[in-house]
Design a binder for this molecule. Structure first.
Ligand code: GDP
Length: 397
């Protein structure tokens, strides 16, 4: 692996898709909140928790105003970069959704734990199927009366035709929803006014947890040779082996891990972020290393910043995008000048000199480029397909 591929292996370009009202916005805000916290928690006493922080900072309010927001999340002591891309998940934006699916490598599908799989979720799910976008599911709103995690899981199977992989079991229901049992680690994650803690599985749930862990391993074994081999030998896969197998199967869209929680009550978001990093693909997983190839990038969203300057959000597929250089808009056959390049964090933009394959950045200075157009090296003109492209692999015309 080259250094670039290694660095890119720690990037997740993801979107959140959901039926209107399922909690897409709330989940995205909590992701930005908790990833913002993750930086600071290291600097404070170990006793401090995200929940304490949440109380202190609640009023500041984090809202997503960017088409793509960059945040960091550490799993097993390795920091990863998550680019959260704002995909309009509602049916009126079908075209826009499709365009974004080409930009992201994986997605979190959020469902309302009471309503289950709703029609718009189906529409967006089929689009994600068509573009081969791996997903993890988050059954949200488990704090609501009438929420039913297992019914939702069954709907993922029957309505969406997916192979759901139950990764967690909810602890408590409705107003008594406290947290989740993680079936891989065999530990319980609970949230309360005192904070977030990882504890033993409640005694009353031990049998259920054992049975569902068995189902998880059997489902993985049915699709994965390594785990099948262990299973046939009567051996338990280790935590690492199970994570690795779930990752392989998720990236191949053979299974879809299902997690649960209540974004609104700040329950379940940290394990969801762990799952994003563990199971969703990095750019090199989806698109093989590009090495020294010339620049190709797709503009997927145009926005104005606070000062009404035009920001063009681009995903780079190959080569490097360098500030203060000229590129070709191959769709319009016009030269464009790249001004400043930014990574958009939730609280501030960070100016960078250049960005490489797999990156998602905002560019200032483009005058003519619109959504869906390709930017490339003047000497190597290419056009990236922007829509109606059934294969997830990027084809260069
Ligand atoms: P979106 O349309 O999918 O972006 O959904 P929103 O995030 O705007 O949420 C829709 C409504 O559901 C809002 O009133 C949220 O406060 C509420 N909501 C979101 N998540 C939860 C949750 O976990 N529990 C409960 N009870 N309400 C939630």
């Amino acid at each position: 692996m080259t250094a670039t591929t290694l660095a890119l292996a720690k990037v997740r370009n993801i979107g959140i898709m959901a039926h209107i009202d399922a909690g897409k916005t709330t989940t995205a805000e909590r992701i930005l909140f908790f990833t913002g916290v993750s930086h600071r928690i290291r600097e404070v006493d170990a006793g401090n928790t995200a929940m304490d922080y949440m109380k202190q900072e609640r009023d500041r309010g984090i809202t997503i105003t960017s088409a793509a927001t960059t945040c960091a999340w550490t799993v097993d002591d390795v920091e990863h970069t998550i680019n959260l891309i704002d995909t309009p998940g509602h049916v009126d934006f079908t075209i826009e959704v499709e365009r974004c699916l080409r930009v992201l490598d994986g997605a979190v599908a959020v469902f309302d734990g009471v309503a289950g799989v709703e029609p718009q979720s189906e529409t967006v799910w089929r689009q994600a199927d068509r573009y081969g976008v791996p997903r993890v599911c988050f059954v949200n709103k488990l704090d609501r009366a009438g929420a039913d995690f297992h019914r939702c899981v069954e709907m993922v199977r029957s309505r969406l035709g997916a192979v759901p992989l139950v990764m967690q079991l909810p602890i408590g229901s409705g107003a008594g929803f406290e947290g989740v049992v993680d079936l891989v680690s065999g530990r319980a994650h609970v949230w309360s006014d005192d904070g977030y803690a990882v504890v033993d599985v409640p005694a009353g749930m031990a049998e259920d947890a054992r049975r569902w862990r068995g189902t998880l391993i059997e489902t993985v074994a049915a699709h994965d040779e390594e785990v099948m081999g262990l299973y046939l030998d009567g051996a338990e896969p280790s935590r690492e082996q199970l994570h690795a197998a779930v990752r392989r199967l998720t990236i191949a869209s053979a299974v879809t891990p299902v997690l649960c929680g209540s974004a609104f009550r700040n329950k379940g978001v940290q394990p969801l972020l762990d799952a994003v990093v563990r199971y969703l693909p990095s750019p090199p997983d989806v698109q093989p290393a590009t090495g020294d190839e010339p620049l190709s990038a797709l503009a997927f969203k145009i926005m104005n910043d606070r000062h009404l300057r035009r920001l063009t959000f681009v995903r780079i597929y190959s080569g490097r995008l360098v500030s203060r250089t000229s590129v070709l808009n191959s769709v319009k056959s016009r030269k464009e000048r790249i001004g400043r390049i930014y990574r958009m964090h939730a609280d501030r933009p960070e100016e960078i000199e250049s960005a490489g394959a797999g990156d998602i950045v905002a560019v200032m200075g483009l005058k003519q480029t619109t959504t869906g157009e390709t930017l490339c090296d003047e000497d190597h003109p290419v056009v990236l397909e922007s829509m109606d492209f059934p294969d997830p692999v990027i084809e260069v015309a």
